[in-house]
Write a protein that binds this ligand. Structure first.
Ligand code: TXA
Ligand code: MG
Length: 338
């Protein structure tokens, strides 16, 4: 166990002394959780294998699940990337800093454990003043997996990080809740057309506007190119059950069935049809906007666990824009653990 310090930092104009303190921990091989626009990340020096090893240990992350290296400046790519394909440059130019991760061929400087022994590395430039200031102060890339225990919902507040990683990280930079709420979109640009390996905060439609048609990986491609995706993800302790959008009948039936089994049932619903059926402290009736649902989804799943709910019934959303990432996370959360 190590002592975990929490420092409140301004999300817009991070205090240089706090950033320096955080950077010196990373430079010394320690772990700092930091905010990004998507979720909180767990930072360590990306070029030091033994620092990266601590990240896997702290999260309980399987070694075959590679990490994203976060950069603050295009120059940071030199250490990491052998060659940036033209389509990768185009995407970086259009969307960095932002919720986009590019998978590219890596240099020999990238430790094997960062890449889970693949010949590629994932890189992204986050759009958050605290993350950018921290990386600049370190002077080179830092790894940043979501700062949760492996398999749990990703953390969108410093409190979520503390709940999962107290005693395992040196410092948490608390800049308030993150804005996007789902992780970055991961795009493999070593192939043409580029392949989306993980749906995320940058909708596929936005990428297609820049590149034209792209591919979204099916489960098999995803497993081949991103082996860590086979592990359980985003799951609260409670069982997650999905119902179709606006399907009153399926919703009422699921409620009744689980209650008859003596289960404590919670729900996250958004369409008026379902929201108006019943109100209780275990039922979250939320606005229909994809932005709102993405921003709060992981927090709601964690909150249901804290309330001791056994089953969470979640209403599906339409799969356009951010809705595709929301449904991806929900389907994975709903998988029965093997
Ligand atoms: O928004 C985000 O991306 C957040 C914030 C903190 O930046 N980070 C994040 O990291 O979600 P993590 O470790 O939870 O997810 C990394 C994803 C995984 O799906 C992993 O399989 C994929 O990126 N990945 C990393 N390196 C890869 C590689 N070389 N090839 C294919 N997929 C890779
Ligand atoms: Mg994660």
């Amino acid at each position: 166990m190590i002592e975990t310090k929490v420092l409140t930092v301004s999300p817009h104009a991070p205090e240089p002394t706090l950033i320096e303190e955080a950077a010196s921990i990373i430079k010394a091989g320690g772990l700092v959780a930091f905010p990004t626009e998507t979720v909180y990340g767990l930072g360590a020096d990306a070029l030091r294998a033994e620092a990266v090893e601590k990240v896997f240990e702290a999260k309980g992350r399987p070694a075959d699940n590679p990490l994203i290296v976060h950069i603050a400046h295009e120059d940071h790519l030199f250490d990491l990337v052998d060659e940036m394909p033209a389509k990768g440059s185009k995407l970086a130019k259009a969307f960095w800093p932002g919720p986009l991760t590019l998978v590219v061929k890596r240099t020999f400087l990238v430790p094997d454990n960062v890449a889970a022994h693949l010949d590629t590395v994932a890189v992204r430039m986050p759009n958050h003043p605290v993350a950018l200031a921290l990386i600049r102060a370190v002077g080179s890339g830092i790894v940043g997996p979501s700062a949760n225990l492996s398999s749990r919902p990703s953390p969108t507040t410093a409190q979520h990080v503390l709940n999962d990683l107290r005693g395992k990280v040196n410092l948490i930079l608390d800049a308030g809740p993150t804005t996007i709420g789902v992780e970055s979109t991961v795009v493999d640009v070593t192939v043409d057309p580029p392949l989306i390996l993980r749906r995320g905060g940058l909708p596929a439609e936005a990428i297609e506007k820049v590149l034209g048609r792209i591919h979204v990986s099916n489960e098999i491609e995803m497993l081949q190119r991103s082996p860590g995706t086979r592990h359980r993800h985003y799951a609260p302790v409670a069982r997650v059950v999905l119902v179709d959008e606006g399907d009153q009948h399926a919703y009422a039936e699921a409620m009744q069935t689980f209650r008859q089994e003596g289960k404590k049932v919670g729900a996250i619903v958004h369409s008026p049809k379902l929201s108006d059926l019943e109100r209780s402290e275990f039922i979250r009736a939320v606005p229909t906007s994809h932005e709102f649902i993405a921003r709060h989804l992981f927090a709601f799943l964690r909150e249901m666990d804290e309330r001791g709910v056994d089953v969470i019934i979640v209403e599906s959303v339409q799969e356009d824009g951010l809705g595709a990432a929301i449904m991806d996370r929900l389907r994975r959360a709903a998988e029965i653990p093997s």
